[in-house]
Design a protein around this ligand. Structure first.
Ligand code: URA
Length: 220
């Protein structure tokens, strides 16, 4: 649960702002950071976010015998998962999720933001046939207006994915986007590293970091 602008969001989970995370966030936000460092440190934050996201997946009890011959009462993950990076920026989070969740199924959705209107345009999705039986982790580094996330969740719902099986993971978010997404889909979860001040007239996050995809993929 996180409070943003005095409002309670039980479905919003922000990473604990440790001195380590603050330092990583500072590096990726600094305009003087070189691209290879941006990639390295953004990937590190992504791994922290994905580990946090996995904490919300259900587990069941599993008892194993250790090498001492004793029993250990532990747990194992229950249910299948699918990560859905939103092309293009979300692709930057794909490597991190593969490193953390070895058996994960990856699907994609292509939604682009119209540079003039900042509105999302849906192009195509590639989803597994059993998507409705999976927990779905939507990956998109910047939660700005929330338009792309809403279009993605609508697509998932058209494929019968229950809202409460959707976890949306991003690095930087703003109150407007959080409110927009959670008021449209109150049962999904959002995991974010930091909530920023707001959006400028071009719907860029402030203080933000700029265009994430351009920096990560070297197209700026
Ligand atoms: N997408 C980005 O890459 N940056 C923003 O500030 C907003 C959306």
């Amino acid at each position: 649960m996180t409070i943003v602008n005095g409002k309670d969001y039980p479905q919003l989970h922000t990473l604990r702002m440790t001195s380590q995370l603050r330092t990583l966030m500072t590096i990726i936000r600094d305009k003087n950071t070189k691209r290879n460092d941006f990639i390295f440190y953004a990937d590190r934050i992504n791994r922290l976010l994905i580990e946090e996201g996995l904490n919300f997946l259900p587990t069941t009890e599993k008892i194993v015998t250790t090498r001492t011959g004793e029993q250990y009462k532990g747990s194992e993950f229950l249910g299948k998962i699918c990560a859905v990076p939103i092309i293009r920026s979300g692709l930057s989070m794909e490597n991190s999720i593969r490193e953390v969740a070895k058996k994960i199924r990856i699907a994609h959705i292509l939604i682009q933001r119209d540079e003039e209107t900042a509105k999302p345009i849906f192009y195509k999705s590639w989803l597994p046939e059993d998507i409705q039986d999976r927990f779905v982790l939507i990956l998109d580094p910047m939660l700005a207006t929330g338009g792309s996330a809403i279009a993605t969740i609508n697509t998932l719902k058209e494929h019968n994915v229950p809202e409460n099986k959707v976890i949306f993971i991003n690095l930087v978010s703003v109150p407007e986007g959080i409110d927009q997404v959670l008021s449209t889909f109150p049962e999904i979860k959002i995991i974010t590293a930091e909530v920023d001040q707001g959006l400028n007239e071009q719907a860029f996050i402030l203080p933000g970091l700029g265009d994430f995809g351009d920096i990560y993929f070297g197209t700026d």
